[in-house]
Design a protein around this ligand. Structure first.
Ligand SMILES: [Zn+2]
Length: 188
C-alpha cells in the first residue's frame, strides 16, 4: 500500500499462473505485461486505486491479442466491479449528477457502467411476451451524448435494451422519435 498526494494505491497480484482471456479460454502464456490501475471504493475521503501487473494474451479462439481477465474488474473497465456495482445501484435511485458528485466519478463513467452492468444482468428471455415498453433517454456531457434505455412495463420496468446515443433498438422501429420518456404498446 502506498500513498500519493491525492490517492492511496494498493498493489494486488493475480495468483493464476495461466492468464484467462475475456472469452473464457485459458492461455498457456502471456503475450506481454503492463501495470494497470483500477479505481476502487474510496477509503474514507481518499481515492483508492488497485494496481496490478497484468498480461495480454494472444487468444486462439478470439484470434487477437486481448487483456487477461481479473477477478476484481469487468473486462475493459477502469473501475473495479465493486465500484461499478455501487455506481449502477445509485444510478437506479438518484439522478446522475448526484451520483457523479457523491462518488466523484465522471458522467462517462456512470453511463458506461450502467451499460456494462445492465448487459451483464440482462435476462436472455426478456423479449418473450414483451407488450408495453417504456423508452427513457438520458443525456450527458451537457446534452451532447445520449443513452437510450428500453424497459418492460409489465415486469416492473425490467431493462430489455440499452444503447449509447439515440440508436434505434431492434424491433421497436419508431420508438426513438418519442419524447424523453414514453410508454409504448407493441403489437403482440
Ligand atoms: Zn479469447
Amino acid at each position: 500500500m502506498s500513498f500519493e498526494p491525492t490517492a492511496a494505491v494498493a498493489r494486488v497480484r493475480i495468483r493464476a499462473r495461466h492468464p484467462t482471456c475475456p472469452c473464457g479460454r485459458r492461455c498457456r502464456s502471456g503475450y506481454d505485461r503492463s501495470t494497470r490501475r483500477w479505481r476502487h471504493l474510496d477509503l474514507g475521503g481518499t481515492r483508492l486505486y488497485l494496481e496490478a501487473e497484468i498480461r495480454r494474451v494472444s487468444c486462439r479462439s478470439c484470434r487477437r491479442v486481448r487483456t487477461e481477465t481479473v477477478p476484481w474488474a469487468r473486462p475493459g473497465a477502469r473501475h473495479t466491479r465493486d465500484l461499478q456495482d455501487l455506481i449502477a445501484y445509485m444510478a437506479q435511485r438518484m439522478d446522475k449528477t448526484t451520483v457523479t458528485r457523491l462518488l466523484r466519478v465522471s458522467w462517462e463513467s456512470v453511463a458506461s457502467t450502467v451499460v456494462a452492468v445492465v448487459a451483464e444482468n440482462l435476462d436472455a428471455a426478456r423479449f418473450h411476451g414483451l407488450f408495453r415498453i417504456g423508452v427513457d433517454e438520458v443525456s450527458y456531457r451537457k446534452g451532447h451524448r445520449y443513452l437510450t434505455v428500453v424497459a418492460d412495463h409489465d415486469r416492473q420496468g425490467a431493462v430489455v435494451w440499452t444503447g449509447e446515443g439515440r440508436e434505434r433498438p431492434p424491433s421497436t422501429a419508431s420508438t426513438t422519435n418519442s419524447a424523453r420518456r414514453a410508454v409504448l404498446t407493441c403489437r403482440r
